[in-house]
Design a protein around this ligand. Structure first.
Ligand SMILES: Cc1ncc(C[n+]2csc(CCOP(=O)(O)OP(=O)(O)O)c2C)c(N)n1
Length: 197
């Protein structure tokens, strides 16, 4: 801050040499990891023009190494609406990644908009059935995420449930490819995927 406003950059405390820089990371074993590993592999190898619009939650840590998986994070619910805006503007593939709590907080409205306008987006709801980032509170839509998507008008054929485990990687990648290749504009409803763990 000091540098930016042209002031002297005075540090009152030095960092002890034993302290290593440790950026926050997704927990070992977290399903968001498996989701990002498969998603990033498919997108970087097969869809070089992709952009991933993410949201607020533990899965925002997908921005860090080793995933480097997301291109934006603005505010609660902005993943779906930004992906829709980008798709409307001609970006392909436009992918949204949102957690289950953020989805029920403010992602559902964007999804309805996508349904109404047949947006060409792929939406991943990375569902850990809790609000992990803020301490594990209940999540408003636990057990009902697929039903909510159906209720909002998503074609059930394109609500794909994946279980993010290493043994399922090939199946997950194939599901992602199928939904990325599905173009709602030429059909009747937006593609959507649910990653559940
Ligand atoms: C407007 C607003 N309300 C509340 C919060 C606090 N908050 C941060 S992340 C989050 C939800 C995270 O839950 P989820 O989307 O399920 O992701 P998870 O952390 O479980 O991976 C909330 C409510 C916020 N950042 N902004």
């Amino acid at each position: 801050m000091a540098r930016a406003v042209g002031k002297e950059n005075k540090s009152e405390f030095s960092v002890p040499s034993v302290v290593e820089m440790r950026p926050p990371a997704l927990c070992e074993g977290c399903g968001h990891r498996d989701m990002y590993i498969t998603l990033t592999q498919v997108l970087t190898e097969e869809y070089p023009t992709h952009k991933v619009f993410s949201d607020i939650g533990c899965y925002t840590l997908g921005a860090n190494a080793p995933f480097n998986a997301i291109n934006s994070c603005v505010d609660m619910g902005a993943s779906i609406t930004m992906a829709k805006g980008a798709a409307d503007g001609g970006l392909y593939p436009a992918v949204a990644v949102i957690g289950d709590s953020t989805f029920t907080h403010s992602g559902m409205t964007g999804l309805l908009d996508c349904v109404n306008e047949n947006a060409d987006v792929t939406i991943i709801i990375s569902d850990n059935e809790t609000t992990a980032m803020t301490g594990g509170q209940d999540s408003a839509g636990t057990g009902r995420i697929e039903a909510i998507c159906t209720g909002l008008g998503v074609d059930p054929a394109h609500i794909r449930v994946m279980t993010p485990l290493k043994k399922n990687y090939e199946e997950m990648k194939q599901t992602l490819r199928e939904e990325l290749n599905y173009h709602a504009c030429q059909s009747s409803s937006p593609a959507e995927s649910v990653s559940k763990h």
